[in-house]
Ligand binder design. Structure first.
Ligand code: HEM
Length: 406
């Protein structure tokens, strides 16, 4: 929580939590200029048991600081994950540092390389997306969150892991419960335990009958001649749900929301498909789906005159860094034609998102399939008020659209 010397959030331009959930950017901008390293926590932590919370918490708002925090591994490491989400997910690469992190990351890195994913586009990703879009194409209307943006990455992760198709309903339910853990910790923990049993069974199956999937890769992997423990394998598999499913679900919803609410730019992309990549990157910058991620101070460290004590947690607020006017002109404007300057939505340094090529590929395929199949897709909110919201994770909860049925 903020100490007495820190400005209170209420001194920022938006005052209520509801306003900040809908549009946290004026608040981010206020801190970026007035208190770029701020002691406190932005998200509502009332649902999190105190034992999961660090004693000293800071937030970094500027691009330069966020980038340094990710890259300067002597000053900031990822050990804090072990005491927070590690309690739910178990030991994962997210919470490892140094050579341990490198060795474990290398085991799975290959599957996520751009080259390894090439065959996925025609064989898996495009057919799954086309099937989901075809399911609604005859209706003339749809909610794209319900019919597409969640289901699409769920099926991709299920396929990546090699789950039996009949397990999809169970996997979807457990995924929803696990990623909802911030709002309902007990259900989330139950889902985590159920996933452990489920994945353990699959690991045992793959040991006796290897297949062409990531679980088999992990079962067969070795570091210095040692196989991975089942605990490590289960933890990695569980991590893919918040890391690979939730982020992509939210980022693709944000992209569609921004295009649907900026029809002139949507039209530009329809006419010139070479703009698809720029639209994806601009949406990731402007509406970063995961607005921040944590690091731990290795020693006492001073930033902007603030003394951060050893062991303190520091949130690198990518959602604020991506709108830093020191790096982008008119940073609050959605403009797919702006000069392409790399954003930091996928973090940076050794923990740079391992799934970024897959995320970009999925989103590109989704947008192209939608534009090809439903060329006159139009936002149709009626009296409702669909909008992007959230503090840590951000996305729209609905995307009502109409189109000519086919
Ligand atoms: C737009 C979608 C995505 C966004 C915005 C995103 C964002 C991030 C960020 C910010 C990190 C760094 C976390 C930290 O160091 O604290 C990260 C790491 C990671 N992401 Fe992603 N991610 C996305 C998609 C994916 C996908 C599709 C997968 C896999 C299926 C994935 C798997 C991972 C994994 C395993 C890590 C841990 C890497 C490590 O610790 O070395 N992500 N992601």
């Amino acid at each position: 929580m903020a100490d007495a010397a820190s400005p209170d959030l209420a001194t920022g331009p938006s005052t209520t939590m509801e306003e900040r959930l809908r549009d946290p950017y004026p608040t981010f901008a206020w801190y970026r200029e007035n208190a770029p390293i701020w002691q406190g926590a932005l998200a509502d932590q009332s649902m999190i048991p105190p034992e999961f919370l660090p004693a000293e918490q800071w937030v970094a708002f500027r691009y330069e600081d966020v980038s340094r925090i990710f890259r300067d591994t002597k000053a900031f490491n990822s050990s804090g994950y072990g005491e927070t989400i590690g309690l739910v997910f178990g030991p994962t690469i997210l919470g490892m540092d140094g050579s341990t992190h490198r060795d474990h990351r290398n085991l799975v890195a290959n599957a996520f390389k751009e080259k390894s994913l090439q065959r996925w586009e025609p064989e898996v990703i495009a057919p799954i997306c086309q099937e989901l879009v075809n399911d609604v194409a005859g209706l003339g209307h749809a909610d794209l969150v319900e019919s597409l943006t969640f289901e699409f990455p769920t099926r991709i992760v299920a396929r990546l892991l090699g789950l039996p198709p009949d397990d999809l309903d169970t996997f979807r339910r457990l995924s929803i419960q696990l990623i909802g853990i911030q709002d309902d910790i007990n259900t989330g923990l139950e889902a985590s335990a159920e996933l452990q049993v489920y994945f353990q069974q699959l690991i045992d199956d793959r040991r006796s009958a290897p297949a062409d999937d990531m679980i088999t890769d992990l079962v067969e992997a070795e570091i210095d001649g040692e196989k991975l423990t089942d605990e490590l394998i289960v933890s990695f598999l569980r991590l893919l749900l918040p890391a690979g499913l939730e982020t992509t679900f939210r980022s693709s919803g944000n992209l569609l929301y921004l295009l649907l609410t900026h029809p002139d730019q949507f039209e530009m992309v329809r006419k010139d498909r070479s703009l698809v990549g720029a639209a994806i990157e601009e949406a990731l910058r402007l509406e970063t789906p995961l607005t921040g991620t944590g690091r731990t101070a290795v020693n006492d460290v001073e930033l902007h005159g603030q003394l951060i004590h050893q062991g303190a947690s520091v949130t690198a607020l990518t959602g604020s860094a991506n709108r830093d006017p020191r790096r982008w002109q008119n940073p609050d404007v959605f403009d797919i034609t702006r000069e392409p300057i790399p954003h930091i939505a996928f973090a940076a340094g050794p923990h740079l998102c391992i799934g970024l090529h897959l995320a970009r590929l999925e989103t590109r395929v989704m947008l192209n399939v939608l534009m090809n199949t439903l060329p006159d897709l139009t936002f149709d909110p009626g009296d409702s008020d669909p909008h992007i919201h959230g503090m840590v994770f951000r996305s729209p909860d609905r995307l009502p659209v109409t189109f000519t049925p086919r």
